[in-house]
Structures are given as structure tokens and as C-alpha cells.
Design a protein around this ligand. Structure first.
Ligand SMILES: Cc1cc2nc3c(=O)[nH]c(=O)nc-3n(C[C@H](O)[C@H](O)[C@H](O)COP(=O)(O)OP(=O)(O)OC[C@H]3O[C@@H](n4cnc5c(N)ncnc54)[C@H](O)[C@@H]3O)c2cc1C
Length: 359
């Protein structure tokens, strides 16, 4: 616990991408935050592939609020990258080989619509993929996509707050919080508010355990593909993110049962079966990771203040798209906290108050 300061504006519980981005924005606004994060509890952000992708799924659906979220997120991460002088933003097109002539026709008719087409490349060079990927029907290249090195960003932000004596590494004990209408007290310090950003562990939070969480388990493989020559992300059922060393990350699975952080043989078999459908090259699996995405029943983030304790807040529910959602909605949360601005109706915790009041 830092010795000097005993009064802070905000206590942020959890330093995944949600807590990090929120704490960073508050800090940059001149607010004094204290982060408390457990070194032993798992974190989805630490294994996240970090992909941002405006057109997703087999049906090539445009990401919710893509036109607003993508420029905002990009600007945010570029800015953080610049501040920390480290490579975080990897802008990469996503190549999607067509599975069939029908899929080719379907995707091409969808991209004829300018609102979708603006996120695709006019004329991808299919030949550069052919040595590595089956693409007899050609493919589509999604643009304005790529990946963020989330673990690296989290590491930098952690160091930043440690150097300011504004970081405590421990598991937060909810019973140790003293809550009043004027503020909260924890471990000898006073705060205007506490904002909980614990990912799926929020289900254990006695103040917010009534929210409609719906975690999604995901698994990723790390594989060695010798001499792999594609810089872009390739995606057909699973994605392949290359790195300079020839190591690639491949994923992911989506499962709503067996909600633990353990890797499974089934998870590996699923990813490998999808990979076999398009990858021509031999590969060797060198790693496997599993995590829980903090999704919600309506697949929207949840932001705002507790219905009864207005000094407690939550920023959670980033689900499968933490990288894309975190900056835009952290900024909304800050504007709500600091200026009393309204939250977007889709993400406002008030949508769920009936669950708390039992009405
Ligand atoms: C396999 C996989 C692949 C993914 N790929 C992508 C992707 O490509 N693109 C994308 O946008 N998203 C992806 N996601 C989703 C993304 O990882 C999540 O949306 C995001 O990480 C959620 O961040 P969070 O901060 O809410 O939760 P977390 O990252 O889980 O962070 C919660 C933090 O709170 C801490 N904590 C919890 N309880 C306590 C407590 N009581 N005391 C102290 N600390 C506590 C934990 O230690 C942790 O550090 C993926 C997820 C998985 C599992």
C-alpha cells in the first residue's frame, strides 16, 4: 500500500484491459487512481489475441457500432503506443479464403453494399497466399483490422502506475471495503468511488453478482510453421496471427460450458480441425491457452453505478471484443463519472436494475 497518499479519486479493482484503459483515461485527465489487481487470479486480457476486426463471423457481420468504435480505438491505441514508445498496434488486413463459389457470391454481394464494402480491399493479391493457404475460389481481404499487443500494453501500464505508487498487487477482499454515500474507504485510504473491472470474477462480487453474466470459454494454440510467409491475418473458421519468429497464434474456440481456465484435448482438436481445412503447410503445436471472456446475456458491455450504492461502479461485459470496445466505453464511463453524462442506452447498467430489485 502506498504510504504518502491516502486520498484518491478512484479505486479501480482489476487490471485487465477494462481496468487498464479506464484507469489510464482517468489518470490522463488528472484524476488520482489507485489500481488493485491480483497477480494470481487469471485474466482474459493476458491471453487475448487482441484482434480488432470490423467484419466478423461466417455471415460477415459488421461489428456493432464499428463506424464509431474503430476510429476511436485506433486513435487511443496509437496514442498509448506513442506515450510508451513501444509497438502495440499491428495493423493487418484479414484474408478470408472463400470456402465455395456460393460463399464467394454471398460475400461479394454483401460487400457491394458500401457500408460493408468500405471495410474490404478492392483487389486482394490471392497469389501471395496460395503457397500457404487453400484458396481455389479466391478470398476477401478485410481492412482497418489487425491486433493489439494487449499483454505488452498491460505490462507498460502496470509499470507506469507502480512508479507513481498507485498500484497494489493483492486479491481484493470485498469485506474490507467500507461504503458510504460520501465515498469508500479501503486499507486506510479514501476514494470518491470504486469501479470494479474484474472480468468474469465479477460473478463473485457481492455488490454486482446479480448482473446477467454469460462467460464464454476460449482456447488458443501457438504453433510453429517453418518459413511461414504471410504477414496478414488469415481467417476461415479460425484465425492465424503470424509473428516474426514463425510462431503463429491460432484460435479460437467458443464454449458456454465447462467454464474453467483449463485447456482441453477437445479444444485443441477443434482448432486443428479448422486449421487443416485451409492451411497447406506442416506445423507443430508448441502451446495452448484457455480463458473466460466476460460476456453478458445480451452481448453488450455493462457500465454504470450501483442502484443503491452510488459510490460503487462497474465497467465489465467486454465479451469477445475487449480491444474494440474498451476505449470507446471507458471514455463514456469517464464522461459519466466526471461530467454526469448519460451512458449509451445499450450499455447502461440501469437496463438490469429489475434484476437487483427483483421486479
Ligand atoms: C482465448 C481468448 C481470445 C480472445 N481474443 C480476443 C481478440 O482477439 N480480440 C478481442 O477484442 N478480445 C479477445 N478476447 C476477449 C478479451 O480478452 C476480453 O474482452 C477482455 O480481456 C476482458 O477484459 P477485462 O479487463 O474485462 O477482464 P480480465 O482481462 O479478465 O481482467 C480482470 C482482472 O481483474 C483482476 N481481478 C478480478 N478479481 C479480482 C479481485 N477480487 N482482486 C484483485 N484483482 C481481481 C484479475 O486478476 C484480472 O487481472 C479473447 C478472450 C479469450 C479468452
Amino acid at each position: 500500500m502506498p504510504q504518502q497518499a491516502t486520498e484518491f479519486d478512484y479505486l479501480i479493482v482489476g487490471q485487465g484491459i477494462a481496468g487498464s484503459v479506464l484507469a489510464w483515461m482517468l489518470d490522463q485527465r488528472g484524476k488520482k487512481v489507485l489500481i488493485v489487481n491480483s497477480a494470481t487470479l487469471p485474466s482474459a486480457s493476458k491471453i487475448s489475441a487482441g484482434i480488432f476486426n470490423p467484419l466478423t463471423g461466417k455471415k460477415l457481420v459488421k461489428t456493432w457500432l464499428a463506424d464509431e468504435l474503430f476510429p476511436f480505438a485506433h486513435h487511443f491505441y496509437e496514442n498509448v503506443q506513442q506515450k510508451f514508445r513501444t509497438k502495440l498496434v499491428h495493423d493487418k488486413n484479414i484474408y478470408r479464403p472463400f470456402r465455395s463459389v456460393q460463399e464467394q457470391n454471398q460475400y461479394l454481394s454483401q460487400t457491394a453494399d458500401e457500408t460493408i464494402g468500405k471495410y474490404t480491399a478492392a483487389a486482394p493479391d490471392h497469389r501471395k497466399y496460395t503457397n500457404w493457404v487453400h484458396n481455389p475460389f479466391g478470398g476477401l481481404e478485410v481492412t482497418r483490422s489487425g491486433w493489439i499487443d494487449v499483454p505488452e500494453m498491460l505490462k507498460k501500464m502496470k509499470t507506469y502506475f507502480i512508479e507513481k505508487s498507485q498500484y497494489v498487487e493483492t486479491e481484493f477482499d470485498y469485506n474490507s471495503l467500507s461504503v458510504s454515500d460520501l465515498g469508500v474507504e479501503w486499507s486506510g485510504s479514501k476514494f470518491r468511488k470504486v469501479i470494479f473491472c474484474e472480468g468474469v470474477q465479477a460473478r463473485e462480487n457481492p455488490f454486482f453478482d446479480w448482473l446477467p453474466y454469460n462467460p464464454v470459454k476460449g482456447q488458443i494454440l501457438t504453433v510453429q510453421i517453418d518459413g511461414y510467409g504471410i504477414e496478414e491475418i488469415v481467417n476461415q473458421g479460425v484465425w492465424v496471427i503470424p509473428s516474426a519468429s514463425g510462431l503463429c497464434r491460432i484460435g479460437a474456440t467458443y464454449s458456454w460450458h465447462d467454464l474453467d481456465w483449463q485447456t482441453t484435448a477437445d479444444g485443441r482438436a477443434y482448432v486443428e480441425s479448422k486449421l487443416a481445412m485451409f492451411l497447406k503447410a506442416p506445423y507443430q503445436v508448441v502451446g495452448q491457452e484457455a480463458g473466460l471472456r466476460p460476456a453478458t446475456k445480451d452481448r453488450r458491455p455493462i457500465l454504470g453505478l450501483h442502484p443503491a450504492h452510488r459510490t460503487l461502479g462497474i465497467f465489465n461485459g467486454l465479451g469477445t471484443k475487449g480491444v474494440t470496445l474498451a476505449p470507446y466505453f471507458a471514455a463514456q464511463m469517464v464522461a459519466c463519472l466526471e461530467e454526469g453524462k448519460e451512458l449509451s442506452p445499450e450499455v447502461n447498467i440501469e437496463n438490469h436494475f429489475s434484476l437487483y430489485f427483483g421486479t
